[in-house]
Ligand binder design. Structure first.
Ligand code: NAD
Ligand code: ZN
Ligand code: ZN
Length: 385
């Protein structure tokens, strides 16, 4: 398939524009320019709302630029490509990648990280790699891109290093979640931590990220997987995703007992691996200190407000605990997404189970409210509606 009637032309479509921090998004018509060299225009079919979108919209993210088109957990079909694009073609089913993979930079070639530097600077400024935007509103005002994806629009333009073609038999409605939360948690367990059979694991935060850490730990054969969350409505997800225990620190601790003491007591000295999936710096400390002396490793996944710092006593590290972090689960989007889709199709990677709410795109502001409601994991928005 090639030569869409829209190829080379601007497209007018519906998008949700973030004009101001702390205000609802405005659903309106915008214009999306044709992709330039090494750019890809995608017809987004489904997108979910992740915590990071809400974080930026709230205004606490100092890098958040307005007006902009948020969204980074999306999947769709390539409408057209600019000059020099060889990795995808019109008609391909694709997932947008906020962590690019150019396969050429120092980071990509290191074999040590999934952090690619190719579009980092411009992506952070909300523009395409050539320094300009492809989005305008009907008044002709320029709108910023977000995380190199901007999936809250029926059409978006991304850099070719920020998109991966996937097996077209996998439903876009589900695999949009592989654009962030599910991949982040699963990769943190299976790549960053590299959990092994018999290991003990504790996960703080039973959102999509935390529950996906749990499924990764389960796949690896962890002997005990303890889920910690202060929201009792999340208790039911523990069993479903493979946790062996659930602790609510607000109700399940003895008088005067801390969550760290409880976890150490339950695991004869502490855990092999712990994960922060809350973004709370106090929880990050607890997660580290609940690790076993000599080898326990704690992985920070949660995103904290910009001015926040973590702390612990150095003795915690001197005595062998390891503190590390993980972005997008350490997954290289272009070379490793295919494997995740295969796992999903085989049934070893849960994805559908994270979709707790579905809405037409026009109800996107309600999807932001869903995020804060009791047992919501992900709301998937249908951009065709
Ligand atoms: N590093 C990355 O690449 C990456 C990618 C995606 C998301 N994130 C971050 O990961 C975090 C989790 O994302 P999510 O989408 O799963 O969020 P979520 O809001 O759906 O889940 C967070 C969970 O943490 C629980 N929680 C809050 N405070 C707690 C506490 N003190 N103790 C125990 N549990 C507590 C909440 O009740 C909730 O269930 C967020 O900070 C998000 O910004 C990071
Ligand atoms: Zn995200
Ligand atoms: Zn790179």
């Amino acid at each position: 398939m090639s030569g869409a009637a829209t190829e080379g032309k601007s497209i007018t479509c519906v998008a949700a524009v973030a004009y101001e921090a702390g205000k609802p998004l405005t659903v309106e018509e915008i214009t999306v320019e044709a992709p330039r060299a090494h750019e890809v225009r995608i017809k987004i079919e489904y997108t979910a709302v992740c915590h990071t979108d809400a974080y930026t919209l709230s205004g606490v993210d100092p890098e958040g630029a307005f007006p902009s088109i948020l969204g980074h957990e999306g999947a769709g079909i390539v409408e057209s490509v600019g000059e020099g694009v060889t990795n995808v073609k019109p008609g391909d089913h694709v997932i947008a990648l906020y962590t690019a993979e150019c396969q050429k930079c120092k980071f990509c070639k290191s074999g040590k990280t999934n952090l690619c530097s190719s579009v980092r600077a411009t992506q952070g400024k909300g523009v395409m790699p050539d320094g300009t935007s492809r989005f305008k509103n009907q008044k002709g005002e320029e709108l910023k891109h977000f995380m190199g994806c901007s999936t809250f629009s029926q059409y978006t333009v991304v850099a070719d290093v920020s998109v991966v073609a996937v097996d077209p038999s996998a439903p876009l409605e589900s695999i949009c979640l592989l654009g962030c939360g599910v991949t982040t948690g699963y990769g943190a367990a299976t790549k960053t931590a590299n959990v092994q059979k018999g290991d003990t694991v504790a996960v703080f935060g039973a959102g999509t990220v935390g529950l996906s850490v749990i499924q990764g730990a389960k796949v690896r054969g962890a002997s005990r997987i303890i889920l910690v969350d202060i929201n009792d409505q999340k208790r039911k997800y523990g069993n479903e995703f493979g946790a062996t225990d659930f602790i609510n620190p607000k109700s399940d601790l003895k008088d005067g007992q801390t969550i760290v003491e409880k976890l150490i007591e339950m695991t004869d000295g502490g855990l092999d691996y712990t994960f922060d999936c809350t973004g709370n710096t106090k929880v990050m400390r607890d997660a580290l200190e609940a690790c076993h002396k000599g080898w326990g490793t704690s992985v920070i996944i949660g995103v904290a407000a910009a001015e926040e710092e973590i702390s612990t006593r150095p003795f915690q590290l001197v005595t062998g605990r390891v503190w590390k972090g993980s972005a997008f689960g350490g997954i290289k989007g272009r070379s490793e997404m295919g494997g995740l889709i295969e796992d999903y199709k085989k049934g070893t990677l849960k994805v559908d189970e994270f979709i707790t709410n579905e809405r037409p795109f026009t109800e996107i502001n309600k999807a932001f409210e869903d995020l804060h409601a009791g047992d919501c994991l992900r709301t998937v928005l249908d951009l065709k509606k």
